[in-house]
Ligand binder design. Structure first.
Ligand code: GLP
Length: 241
């Protein structure tokens, strides 16, 4: 695991954008794994600036979202499919149809999860997976005690994660209880994983994922097994190391 400590969030975003840019210059049809939450948004903003200023072309990129809330209607502003359309596909000039997100509206959710896994497989696999991390060490929506070999499936959110994410909704009661998420085994198959964490509220999770034991209680610690994992931190997030 490569751990890079940078002065601030802008530098973290720039370093993640550098990794994406280097990949796309070599492989314009690369497959990106896309995270939501607030951490990756400055990366998407930086990539949009590079598209405008440096002629970086995203038109042939394909993307897979990490996770989705169950039960939010299509087009709901906090559905992760909608977030990735709004924050990633549109600013980067990508046809939103090239971005696939686990389907949280399907009548048969297990079948939809299997179809999603098959689509990743059929794409040739994810070249670069962007990740944030929850304050409890979750990645995607793999909450503490998730199976380290898990695949895309339904999960129940912890109250801590629901409270953390309530800021995106009108209030806590609006935050769904259930989600569909790529599994830890799914995430581990990406060829390069780039995790970003900023702010002191992430310091404990960062400590546990970088220096703690490999343990399902900190799902992000599974990245210790990955042959090419990069962890980009600001100084506050690194303060527990
Ligand atoms: C959500 C997402 C995760 C994300 C986490 C951290 O729970 N499902 O993918 O990493 O939030 O979010 P933030 O970056 O806003 O702290």
């Amino acid at each position: 695991m490569e751990v890079v400590i940078l002065p601030d969030q802008d530098k973290v975003a720039a370093a993640a954008a550098d990794a994406v840019e280097a990949l796309l210059r070599a492989a314009p049809d690369a497959v990106l794994g896309l995270a939501t939450g607030s951490s990756p948004l400055p990366v998407y903003g930086e990539l949009a600036r590079r598209r405008a200023g440096q002629g970086l072309d995203f038109a042939r990129v394909r993307g897979f979202g990490l996770d989705e809330y169950v039960g939010l209607p299509a087009g709901h502003p906090q559905s992760y499919a909608e977030v990735l359309r709004r924050e990633f596909a549109v600013p980067l000039g990508i046809d939103p149809g090239r971005i696939r997100v686990p389907d949280g509206t399907a009548a048969d959710l297990p079948a939809a999860c299997r179809d999603f896994e098959q689509a990743i497989h059929d794409s040739g696999g994810v070249d670069l997976q962007l990740l944030g991390v929850g304050t409890d060490g979750h990645i995607g929506f793999n909450e503490p005690a998730s199976s380290l070999m898990s695949r895309t499936r339904i999960k129940t959110l912890t109250e801590q994660t629901r409270r953390d994410n309530a800021r995106f909704f009108a209030g806590l009661p609006e935050v769904p209880h259930h989600v569909v998420t790529q599994g830890l085994g799914t995430i581990l198959e990406a060829r390069h994983v780039v995790l970003l964490a900023t702010g002191a509220q992430k310091a404990q999770a960062v400590h546990d994922l970088v220096e703690g034991p490999l343990a399902a209680i900190c799902p992000a610690s599974v990245l210790q097994l990955h042959p090419h994992a990069t962890v980009l931190l600001d100084e506050a997030a690194a303060s527990g190391l």
